[in-house]
Design a binder for this molecule. Structure first.
Ligand code: AP5
Ligand code: MG
Length: 222
């Protein structure tokens, strides 16, 4: 099954995608993670992307689209994939349609996560991520703290704050871009009849596990 994770920053796209990926074996393809890995490794792509990401702006399509197209050529995507952070604009969605058409594939499900804005901002400010790019586990100082402060439960590496999470200016910029450029994509995919909207609030869900479990049960039942 080919899935897109949709939702504003901090709604839990990475968290829910990670759970579904672990249970199904479909790779989680997070454009943000690929950029961060390249920044860490100081590649040319990473250096170009960093200037945009640090400010909370979108990385230009001429960098992002071929990067995703190449990733979708890899064998582990044959049975399914979970796109996390792509597409973010109507143009990117149209380009994705072209890429998939060539492969005789289509998007089967768009998981649209919604969370009250005040809650997402708090979550972003208290998020910590594993510095080991092969692990990338995500924690939350309030909702999901690590067992030992500052250390990843899974691999023992140090936990860090993402650069774009420490500046309130960058967070606001990301949310502004989401409202203007990414939110319209929900209608784009609604017309194709593939959107599944889920409220992911602390009030009704614990760390997205309930949402991911419901989705997995439905996928298995199909
Ligand atoms: P990206 O890495 O995709 O970041 P983002 O869109 O800002 O989304 P986040 O990762 O912040 O949110 P999330 O929904 O994954 O939340 P998470 O699961 O971590 O992109 C970074 C940058 O790269 C962009 O700004 C842009 O510059 C560039 N970029 C990427 N893709 C691009 C594209 N297609 N085109 C152009 N540029 C692109 O959860 C958040 C926190 O909440 C965590 O602490 C988590 O533990 C906690 N949490 C999760 N679920 C719950 C819950 N149910 N209850 C309580 N807490 C929860
Ligand atoms: Mg994420």
């Amino acid at each position: 099954m080919n899935i897109i994770m949709m939702g504003a920053q901090g709604t839990g796209k990475g968290t829910v995608a990670g759970i579904i990926s672990e249970k199904t074996g479909w790779p989680q393809i997070s454009t943000g993670d690929i950029f961060r890995k390249n920044i860490e490794e100081k590649t040319e792509l990473g250096e170009k992307a960093n200037t945009y990401i640090a400010k909370g702006e979108l990385v230009p399509d001429e960098i992002t689209v071929p990067m995703v197209a190449n990733r979708l050529n890899e064998k582990d995507t044959l049975d399914g994939f979970i796109l996390d952070g792509f597409p973010r604009t109507i143009e990117q969605a149209q380009k994705l349609d072209d890429i998939l058409k060539e492969k005789n594939k289509k998007i089967d499900m768009v998981i649209n996560l919604t969370t009250p804005r005040d809650e997402t901002i708090k979550r972003i400010l208290t998020r910590r991520v594993c510095s080991n790019q092969e692990c990338k586990a995500t924690y939350n100082l309030v909702m999901n703290p690590p067992k030992v402060e500052g250390i990843c439960d899974k691999c023992g590496a140090n936990l860090v704050q993402r650069k774009d999470d420490s500046s309130e200016e960058a967070i606001n910029k990301r949310l502004e871009i989401y409202d203007k450029q990414t939110r319209p994509l929900v209608d784009y995919y609604q017309e194709k009849g593939v959107v599944r909207t889920e409220e992911v609030s602390t009030r009704i869900n614990r760390l997205g596990i309930d949402v991911a479990t419901d989705i997995l049960n439905d996928i298995k039942g199909e």
